[in-house]
Ligand binder design. Structure first.
Ligand code: ATP
Ligand code: MG
Length: 270
């Protein structure tokens, strides 16, 4: 509440520097909550202030029904820039809810490589591993050394959904091993990935139902699980935060059913 008032007065005073400072102080999730409490006009000031990366982070924190008005307010050009910066899975979820012609329009305006990732994900049914996964994972070759891998992580990290697991693939992009960032850091710089990776990789098929995917992650206590096709080709990863959303949806459905049952009971009593 306090923060909201500080925000409002900075907007009213058109004090952009102060606003930028205030925004810096809070997490994307809290920025998103603040944004929803503002008026449309006040939000426009924020949109003008933030770059597409920060706007993408904020949009990803909103539920679907909260995203739509923000999308509308951003306008076509700005929203397209934001789409380019969103995780491919979040962008696909959002565009997947649009009419096909509208989704195509945005995909056509997006950066080619980002649009290709999103198009690929849109092809998978929503409630499967494919519909849940992101294509922003870290994969390297067996022959790389630890030192080389740490160097390439510096380049890949900003765009990867998580860098905690590093997947090892062969020349056909088939999944051959896995290691954690911890495994990498404690190894000597000259060791090869092949010598420190684990070959016993738990993966899920792209067609697996999302609730089963959640159960796999829960069972092994992983932060993410790789998604493969019938040829063991690595297609993406499902991260624990996406699985939490699935479990939350499920719980809400169950609670919904419970209250429906209670209503029926009450009707029968009266
Ligand atoms: P530990 O639990 O051993 O202390 P950690 O807490 O750093 O390690 P965890 O997330 O628990 O990391 O992962 C433990 C191990 O599981 C890591 O060595 C990692 O390589 C491995 N691992 C990660 N993903 C998979 C997977 N999909 N299949 C098999 N092993 C995996
Ligand atoms: Mg552990």
């Amino acid at each position: 509440m306090e923060m909201l008032n500080l925000f409002r007065s900075a907007i009213a005073a058109n004090n952009r520097e102060r606003l930028a400072d205030l925004l810096e102080e809070v997490q994307a999730f809290d920025q998103a909550r603040l944004l929803l409490d503002l008026t449309t006009d006040e939000r426009q000031v924020i949109y003008g202030l933030l770059g597409p990366e920060m706007l993408a982070d904020i949009l990803q924190e909103l539920d679907y029904d909260e995203q739509l008005p923000v999308v509308e307010e951003l306008g076509v050009k700005r929203f397209t820039q934001v789409l380019n910066e969103m995780s491919s899975d979040d962008a696909a979820d959002l565009l997947g809810s649009f009419k096909e012609t509208l989704a195509e329009k945005y995909l056509g305006m997006m950066r080619r490589e980002d649009a290709d990732d999103v198009r690929e994900l849109l092809a998978y049914p929503e409630e499967t591993a494919g519909g849940l996964m992101t294509t922003e994972y870290v994969a390297i070759k067996k022959a790389s050394t630890v030192k080389e891998t740490i160097e390439s992580l510096r380049l890949i990290a900003p765009d990867a959904e998580t860098i905690y697991y590093i997947y090892v693939t062969n020349n056909k992009n088939q999944l051959a091993g896995v290691l954690s960032l911890r495994d990498l850091i404690v190894a000597g710089p000259g060791e090869t990935i092949g010598s420190i990776m684990s070959e016993k990789v738990v993966s899920v098929p792209v067609t697996m139902d999302q609730e089963e995917v959640a159960a796999v992650i829960d069972k092994y206590d992983f932060l993410a699980v790789p998604v493969i096709n019938d040829d063991n080709v690595l297609l993406g990863i499902v991260t624990v935060d996406d699985v939490l959303d699935v479990l939350k949806e499920e719980a809400t459905e169950d609670i919904g059913q419970l209250s429906a049952i209670r209503k029926i009971d009450e009707l029968e009593v009266s």
